[in-house]
Structure formats: structure tokens, C-alpha cells
Design a protein around this ligand. Structure first.
Ligand code: MAN
Length: 351
């Protein structure tokens, strides 16, 4: 039985035109994959804003941050035969790939979870240093007793890794640097300790041998991670055959830890599914979605900057209701609600 998904009638709740570019000369191309949290009696999103230079005829232009932290525009002639633009997300020139947009993170808050706005009191978060020169993306927020821990994708010529920051007030940020080196992303922290140990889910990727699987790691202090174990793999012939990665922090239910994850197939179609992990031993998978919980179906999910994508790394839970925020077609932000207990009834035993 498919689950009941209530997509917000206001979807998309946020579009590129709703956000000002961070600097003159750039345009907001896409809004993607927000982290979500409660703070100061409001619902907040930390949205990935992907910008690119305002287009110029005959040129392919893209932004990169230089070593002094300034944004430089690089460009190629559109007619250059060595240019490969077959994937909207990338600009590949003679075998070297760059991102077509540069992402930073923006904070927006809301009283109703539908209408979000920015406030000048809260800063934008930009990539800093060599390991974030192509931007920072897809920030997950773990709400812990002492404050908020952010894990995000850090992109640079060194590869794609996971960065971490801590904040208590969303004004001052303590940058902890790269906690998982390339190639790794989709890092979601558990919001409480299990047997006095911190846990995270993460997604290393191997280019030639192995695949893009979900791993678990543990830590005494949230900064030093070990005990890495692969807990879930892609499934040949299915909707999650090529790539899987955790969404937001796992939700603790009476049955175990519920993890919403994304899965993509060879055609880069991104759907969402769920895993249920043992509450005392998160390396043990109790159950998993066979069919996707959510697939790109609405027009705004099928068509956009990179179509056929529903991707999430932010939600909040209110009783049995899970309010999921997601990036649709890598261009707009949407929301939908699910029932946690209903999701649990759809999961089938095993991994
Ligand atoms: C990757 C990430 C996401 C993006 C999807 C779909 O997993 O870059 O940010 O939403 O691809 O393009």
C-alpha cells in the first residue's frame, strides 16, 4: 500500500525569484535541499542557494571562489568542442569538471511552516577555504541539548567531503572543518547518544569498485569518527539501484530509528524511501521500503533545473505527523506531510 502524501497546496513554497542574489552580477538559479529546525518559537530552513553569473551570449560562465575568498568568474566559448554540458549541474572541460553554480546557505524562518522569510539579523553562510571553494550544499541540522550541529557537503577541486559547524544562536558559528574527507556526503547525525556514544550516517562513494552506500560511524565527541560499517546498499533493478544517502537526522519511534533516505537509479531519477534501524544498535536494519515512499510526480518535481528529483535533508516531527521539506527538480523548495505510523506499516523486514 502506498503511503498518503499530502503535498502542500502552496508548493513550491520557495522559488529562486523569492531570494536576492548574494552579490551583484549573479543570479539565483536554484534553491535546493533545506535543513530544518525549531529555534526561537519558529520553524527555520537553512536553504542551499545556487548562484551563477548572469548569462552572456555565446559564453558559458561559472563562479569559483579564489584563495582570498573572492568569487571569480571563469568562462568558455559556448561553441568550444571540448566542452561537455550534458549534465546541467556540471561544466566539464577536457575531462575536468566544475559546478555550473556556486552554492551557499541562507537562513529563513516562518510561523506557519509555509511562508518563509529572511531577516538581516541572521548571516548567510558561505564556503570558506580551499576545501569549500566550489560551495557548500545540502546542510543537515541536528538539534542537541547544547545547540545545533550542522553537517554539509563541502565541494572543491579536492573533491566532495563533509564539513561541520556548531552554533547555539545562529549568529556565531564555530567551524569544525572537514570531518569526512572526499568522497563523502549525505551525513546525518543522530540527535541523541545511543549507549553513551554519538552516531552518524554518511555516504562514501567509490568511483571504480563498490558503490554509493549508506554507512554508520560512531564517535565519543562528535568530532572524531570511527567504527565505520556499511549498513545499506543499492538494490539492482530497483528505484534505488545507483545511489542512496540519508536525509535528515533519524527520527526515534517506538519501533526504532526511522531514516528517510534518497535513492537514485541509473537515469538519475531521485525518489525517497525509508529504513528502520534498531533503537539500541543502529547498525541493525529492521525494515526498509521496497517501493519508494515518494517519487517525482508533480510538474514541479518532474521539470526544472535537473528534472525528476525529490531530495530531502530536512523535516520536523509533530506527534505522528512528519513535515518533510524537499528540493524539487533541483530548483524549488516544497513541503509535504506524512504519517510516521503509516510509513512504518509500509516497511518490509530486512535490508
Ligand atoms: C546529488 C546532490 C543533491 C542533488 C541531487 C540531484 O545527490 O548534489 O544536492 O539534489 O544530486 O541532482
Amino acid at each position: 500500500m502506498p503511503v498518503t502524501i499530502k503535498r502542500y497546496i502552496h508548493n513550491p513554497i520557495l522559488r529562486p525569484r523569492d531570494i536576492y542574489p548574494s552579490i551583484p552580477g549573479m543570479e539565483v538559479a536554484c534553491l535546493l535541499n533545506p535543513g530544518v529546525f525549531y529555534f526561537d518559537h519558529k520553524i527555520w530552513m537553512i536553504v542551499r542557494v545556487a548562484e551563477r553569473p548572469v548569462p552572456e551570449k555565446g559564453l558559458v560562465r561559472f563562479p569559483v571562489m579564489n584563495t582570498s575568498g573572492e568569487i571569480e568568474i571563469r568562462q568558455f566559448a559556448e561553441s568550444d568542442p571540448d566542452l561537455d554540458l550534458s549534465d546541467a549541474r556540471l561544466i566539464t572541460y577536457r575531462g575536468e569538471s566544475f559546478l555550473s553554480t556556486l552554492s551557499h546557505l541562507r537562513l529563513l524562518s516562518s510561523d506557519d511552516g509555509i511562508r518563509f522569510s529572511e531577516s538581516a539579523d541572521y548571516p548567510s553562510l558561505l564556503g570558506v577555504g580551499n576545501y569549500e571553494a566550489y560551495g557548500i550544499e545540502d546542510c543537515r541540522v541536528a538539534t542537541m541539548e547544547e545547540g545545533y550541529w550542522l553537517t554539509y557537503t563541502a565541494v572543491s577541486a579536492f573533491g566532495v567531503g563533509v564539513g561541520m559547524m556548531y552554533t547555539g544562536d545562529w549568529k556565531q558559528f564555530d567551524r569544525k572543518g572537514i570531518i569526512l574527507p572526499p568522497h563523502n556526503k549525505d551525513c546525518a547525525l543522530f540527535e541523541r547518544k545511543i549507549n553513551d556514544t554519538y552516531y552518524m550516517l554518511h555516504r562514501p562513494s567509490s568511483v571504480f569498485v563498490g558503490g554509493n552506500y549508506i554507512w554508520l560511524a560512531s564517535s565519543p565527541d562528535l568530532l572524531h569518527w570511527g567504527n565505520h560499517q556499511c549498513i545499506a546498499r543499492t538494490r539492482p533493478g530497483m528505484w534505488d539501484s545507483e545511489r542512496i544517502g540519508a536525509g535528515a537526522s533519524p527520527v526515534l519511534t517506538d519501533s526504532g530509528w526511522l531514516v528517510i533516505y534518497h535513492g537514485a537509479d541509473a537515469a538519475h531519477r531521485y525518489c525517497l524511501g525509508a529504513l528502520l534501524l534498531d533503537r539500541n544498535d543502529p547498525s541493525s536494519i529492521i525494515a526498509r521500503s521496497r517501493e519508494p515512499l515518494m517519487e517525482p510526480e508533480a510538474a514541479y518535481e518532474k521539470t526544472g533545473f535537473f528534472g525528476n528529483v525529490v531530495f530531502t535533508n530536512g523535516h520536523y516531527v509533530n506527534g505522528d505527523e512528519l513535515v518533510l521539506y524537499y528540493g524539487a527538480a533541483d530548483e524549488v523548495i516544497c513541503a509535504a506531510t506524512f504519517s510516521v505510523s503509516e510509513i512504518l506499516t509500509t516497511l518490509l523486514p530486512g535490508n
